[in-house]
Write a protein that binds this ligand. Structure first.
Ligand code: TNX
Length: 527
């Protein structure tokens, strides 16, 4: 009988631990509620996807799920509105990102009032399958899901990641690869930092030298690059297919050396009545240096910040800004234009405020809302302008007092360019060393004094690229921290738990290994 008991024990221990409870599937970000039932659903070579409801987006989500499941299983998995054991159901009601999943031995059903919700449900479902589902060729695995239900919805409406494509240009292929990872972690905004001292990365047809000259180089003096408008649109569409909205940033009035190198007339100086030009020295007109135009700036390939500024007191600057914003708006379906506004250390305070107020007006004129780094809150904000908190709590408070919302990107927690510790092969550490648990263990709603949940639009993880030059570099800095920040943005603080995350991220690590993603093997995790 001992053998019989052992046999029972070992067969039940195959069923229950790790692999067969939905709670242990390693889903990141952690869903709002998971409950397990007994038994399993098994995908088979006769499995198929049924779409309930009509929308192009629904078809796309169905095809995406099939494409994800086919390679590793080797099954056909047809997609149709006929019948199927994997059901995507678009239900009536006000569209929201909320979804539910019901898994029984007979079928799996994902329901949501929006295609975006179904997409998030699908991403959760993929993570509930054995990690081998990530393989791109057939593997021999039982494709089982534990029975149970999942109810889920995001905590914050804006869940963002930023790529600084200005310090080091990032290729289309690498941007798309990053977008794929963002989608699997349920991010919904991609902020592209398109201009800085070291480079201008978006074609502007009315000011062609921005990219011809300003796009030439990057940090370290290597060849830069830029996106044509067609390429930018391709990124916008690629992101939109994954329910991600692009937020383009033109950083100004500081961080503008690349533009100042391309167009001399944007450099500080004043127009004289006869059409001549005088440069400014320490805020005063220097009549000894009369010139038709100021000199263009030299291209810059170092990593200092805070030395450049547009001429905030010349009309040509606003003509320029309006042209740039108009062209960007035409290419950008999303609601936001990011106007930068950080570290304008050589712009006089009054000039800075005048500039930020005028640029917000331009953004509004073209039907969009502005986002700016937290310094913009020292100016009068228009309704709807969002202040992106990165450094100064008092700026976040100024925004709140004006009735504006805050996007949380505290440098000490959310900056993906910060080193993990003093031995990290890449990264900076001016704000902090950020190990995986530091990136995970903070609550946006209590992080900044006086800023509460209702003041917060969301959370964004910026990746600055002064030290980051390749896909391998991006992966080493972004993973695993991007997954931690995804959970900070999506899941409630009550649901989050570091010990539990440690286990789930180890499973995610196995997926990244199969995907060939070279993540940082944090010593805080038993990979
Ligand atoms: C500060 S964060 C900056 C960036 C740098 C970053 C490096 C912010 C709004 N400005 O220009 O790239 O630090 O960590």
């Amino acid at each position: 009988w001992t053998l019989a008991v052992l046999a029972v024990l070992s067969s039940s221990s195959c069923q229950s631990p790790d692999s067969n409870r939905l709670e242990d599937a390693g889903i990141i970000p952690i869903p709002s509620a998971i409950s397990s039932a007994s038994g399993v659903f098994e995908l088979g070579d006769d499995s198929s996807i049924q779409l309930m409801g009509t929308s192009e987006d629904l078809t796309r989500v169905g095809n995406y799920l099939a494409d994800k499941l086919r390679p590793a299983t080797g099954y056909d998995i047809p997609v149709s509105s006929g019948s199927g054991d994997l059901i995507l159901e678009l239900t009536d009601g006000e569209a929201s990102e909320k979804y539910s999943i019901e898994i029984t031995s007979e079928q799996v059903k994902i329901s949501s009032t929006s295609a975006a919700g179904l997409y998030y449900g699908m991403q959760t479902l993929i993570k509930a399958f054995p990690v081998e589902i990530e393989n791109t060729s057939k593997v021999d695995v039982d494709w089982v899901l534990a029975n149970g239900t999942i109810e889920d919805e995001p905590e914050f409406a804006y869940r963002g990641a930023m790529l600084d494509v200005a310090r080091h240009f990032i290729s289309m292929e690498d941007v798309k690869h990053y977008i794929d990872q963002m989608g699997s972690l349920k991010f919904n905004y991609l902020h592209l930092h398109l201009s800085d001292d070291q480079g201008w990365r978006i074609e502007i047809k009315s000011w062609p030298k921005l990219t011809e000259i300003g796009g030439k180089t990057e940090v370290g003096g290597t060849e830069g690059g830029f996106y044509t408008q067609e390429e930018y649109s391709e990124i916008v569409d690629y992101a939109a297919d994954r329910f991600i909205t692009v937020v383009p940033e033109i950083d100004m009035p500081g961080h503008t050396n690349a533009a100042l190198a391309a167009y001399a007339e944007l450099n500080p100086g004043v127009n004289l009545p006869d059409g001549d030009f005088a440069t400014m020295t320490e805020g005063k007109i220097d009549f000894d240096i009369l010139d038709k135009n100021p000199e263009p700036a030299e291209l810059y390939t170092g990593i200092e910040v805070g030395f450049s500024t547009f001429a905030t007191n010349k009309e040509i600057t606003y003509t320029f800004v309006e042209d740039v914003i108009r062209e960007l708006v035409e290419l950008t379906p999303g609601p936001y234009i990011h106007i930068g506004g950080d570290e304008s250390h050589v712009t006089e305070k009054d000039d800075y405020i005048y500039f930020v107020e005028r640029v917000q007006e331009i953004v509004t004129k073209y039907g969009k809302k502005s986002i700016g780094w937290d310094e913009v809150a020292t100016a009068k904000l228009l309704p709807g302008t969002v202040a992106q908190f990165w450094a100064l709590e008092e700026n976040a408070k100024l925004a709140k007092e004006q009735g504006n919302q805050i996007l949380m990107s505290p440098a000490k927690r959310a900056y993906l360019d910060m080193q993990y510790d003093s031995t990290s092969r890449l990264g900076l550490h001016w704000a902090a060393y950020i190990e995986l648990d530091d990136a995970y263990n903070w609550d946006p709603a209590t992080y900044a004094d006086g800023i509460n949940k209702s003041d917060i639009l969301g959370v964004e993880a910026p990746l600055w690229t002064e030290t980051i030059a390749s896909r391998a570099d991006i992966e080493y800095m972004a993973f695993p921290r991007l997954a931690a920040l995804a959970e900070v943005a999506w899941s409630t603080n009550e649901r989050r738990n570091w010990e539990d995350f440690q286990k789930r991220i180890a499973q995610q690590g196995k997926r990244w290994d199969i995907n060939g993603i070279g993540f940082y093997r944090s010593p805080k995790v038993n990979w």
